[in-house]
Design a protein around this ligand. Structure first.
Ligand code: NAD
Length: 524
């Protein structure tokens, strides 16, 4: 279900500034109604077998395959990204996630037999993966299709009802209207509620059973403050300032191409884009020369043959005016503190087109090297030793992702292990994020919790711990009455099992005696 409301926020095409449509905030009453529907849906979704839920997810897969071009047109209209960026990171990846979790979900959601410790000998334990109830998903603007659909799919597969609040910058309202009309996906199982921050806040007031939040550190901290007193669990997928460390033993062409892509794909509007490049001093000049040569050949949104068709460009436009302002501010701050822009820069004042921008002579006092820029900028710094590179990479409040580039795999792995982050690539960048079998998430200010991998489903489950016992005539030895004789037997049992060497005979005798006590010494 899509709720359309007051007309107050303009959704614009970033390439030409055209107002596409207006959206607004929902009322408290509407938030209540949304959750009333969700609470009813919880029961219906929980009653579905996993096979039936997978059949619903298949409808999403079919919709994506049948409407790829329409989906991409909608995404491009609101984000200004290049068509290949949209295709690879949003459309293709959604199908990949569906394919992987159709295989994973039956294994992950199956009742799991769990071992028992010696204290519980003779009993049986299991873990049941049950739905939590209603999951509220709050998403940012940089991958507006993927970020809405993927957590929704995983939460639904786990048996939950889902309410999503997409970013007001890229709500994709026409796409979601079309999706619900044509996909045949279970009505109201996922409700996409278009609105701004107030809408998000009103939905939180309804006390969802869990929040899955992707967005900025600033909002993440605010939501934690709100969720704390209400004890609403929240996963936080926040920002990053990814470092790439390049040693001097590399395949030059491949590494230059990889760094260029890692920095400028999606016009740098990636939480895991390369924003800091640490180059070994032996290759510093040569690497920069080749990087600049290649980067200046990239076709950007406004220099492409047809500026209205982002399919024609490598680097799309920046999506929102506030992001353009941040990027400009970081470049100006760096220049004022001694950095040099050696290619790129702001294309035209007031436009959303920023050329891929490379800066040298940077240091960590500059915003461009310390705060999340979220644009097509690359701050380059030099290092001499492995230790120095690790120290520089870790000198950041963020810890989302990183990469290490070298032919010496032992060294690359050693360095990768020392970088404090949630995700790391060797001789590539951010591609681990494209593997749904791997968990994804941050350390430090980059977030709390893991998404995808096994956690992708389990994070939306109540992991219920179960113990089965027999209806026998015995009571457990540690039940009432508490008696010194029982206490001594239990203590002997512990010594014989956990003591320096296992004393099996003593253990067996004590076990039998305890069984006897269990039979005889009951409160009758
Ligand atoms: P944002 O924090 O401004 O907004 C994210 C969402 O939160 C939006 O839907 C917004 O409406 C909502 N929101 C804001 N204030 C709210 C409130 N008080 N109550 C409820 N909802 C509220 O982030 P953004 O600018 O949209 O996205 C960019 C950020 O997202 C970057 O920092 C980027 O690194 C991060 N990001 C992280 C990941 C990841 O997986 N770690 C992925 C993509 C983007």
């Amino acid at each position: 279900m899509i709720l359309e409301n007051l007309n107050s926020i303009a959704v614009k095409n970033p390439i030409n500034g055209e107002i596409l449509y207006n959206i607004g905030e929902i009322s408290e009453k509407e938030a209540e109604n949304i959750f009333e529907i969700a609470r009813q849906m919880e029961v219906k979704i929980k009653a579905l077998s996993l096979k039936e839920r997978i059949a619903e997810i298949d409808k999403i897969n079919k919709y994506v395959i049948d409407h790829q071009d329409f989906i991409l047109d909608c995404i491009i209209a609101e984000t200004g990204k290049s068509r290949t960026d949209g295709f690879a990171a949003e459309v293709f990846e959604v199908c990949d996630v569906i394919d992987v979790y159709k295989k994973k979900a039956p294994k992950l959601l199956k009742d799991k037999n769990i071992e028992v410790p010696i204290f519980l000998m003779g009993k049986k334990c299991q873990q049941w993966m049950e739905p939590l109830g209603t999951i509220l998903v709050i998403t940012p603007w940089n991958f507006p299709f993927y970020q809405v659909i993927v957590p929704s799919i995983l939460a639904f597969l786990a048996g939950n009802a889902v309410v999503v609040k997409p970013s007001e910058v890229t709500p994709l309202q026409p796409l979601w209207n079309h999706f619900f009309e044509h996909s045949g996906f279970m009505k109201n199982a996922v409700q996409i509620i278009i609105g701004g921050k107030e809408t998000g806040a009103k939905l939180i007031e309804q006390k969802p059973n869990k929040i899955h939040f992707t967005g900025s550190v600033r909002t993440g901290k605010k939501l934690m403050e709100i969720c704390g007193p209400k004890l609403i669990p929240i996963d936080l997928e926040l920002g990053g300032k990814d470092p790439a460390i390049v040693f001097d033993d590399i395949n030059f062409d491949r590494t230059v191409n990889g760094i260029m892509w890692g920095a400028f794909t999606n016009a740098g509007q990636n939480c895991t884009g390369i924003e800091r490049l640490y180059l070994h001093e032996n290759i510093y000049d040569k690497f920069i020369k080749e990087l600049v040569d290649k980067t200046t050949k990239l076709v950007t949104s406004s220099t492409s043959r047809n500026t209205k068709d982002p399919e024609d460009c490598d680097v799309g436009s920046i999506t929102s005016p506030f992001q353009v302002a941040i990027i400009e501010d970081h470049i100006q701050d760096a220049i004022a503190k001694g950095a040099k822009v050696i290619c790129g820069g702001i294309q035209e004042k007031g436009s959303h087109h920023i050329k891929p921008t490379i800066l040298v002579d940077c240091n960590h006092h500059m915003k461009i090297a310390s705060e999340e820029t979220f644009g097509p900028t690359l701050a380059i710094m030099k290092f001499k030793t492995e230790e120095e590179a690790i120290k520089l990479a870790n000198d950041s409040p963020y810890g989302l992702s990183a990469s290490v580039w070298s032919k010496d795999m032992a060294r690359a792995e050693r360095v990768a292990r020392k970088i404090v982050c949630g995700n790391v690539c060797i001789n590539n960048h951010m591609l681990n994020e494209a593997n749904p079998y791997l968990p994804f998430g941050g350390t430090k200010d980059s977030g709390i919790g893991r998404f995808k991998g096994d956690d992708g489903i389990l994070t939306f489950c109540n992991l219920k711990s179960v113990l089965y016992d027999k209806q026998s005539s015995m009571v457990d030895p540690h039940w009432y009455p508490y008696k010194k004789s029982k206490y001594i037997l239990l203590s002997n049992l512990m010594d014989s099992y956990f003591g320096k060497s296992k004393k099996w005979i003593k253990f067996a005798i004590n076990g039998l005696k305890i069984d006897n006590v269990g039979k005889k010494e009951q409160i009758r």
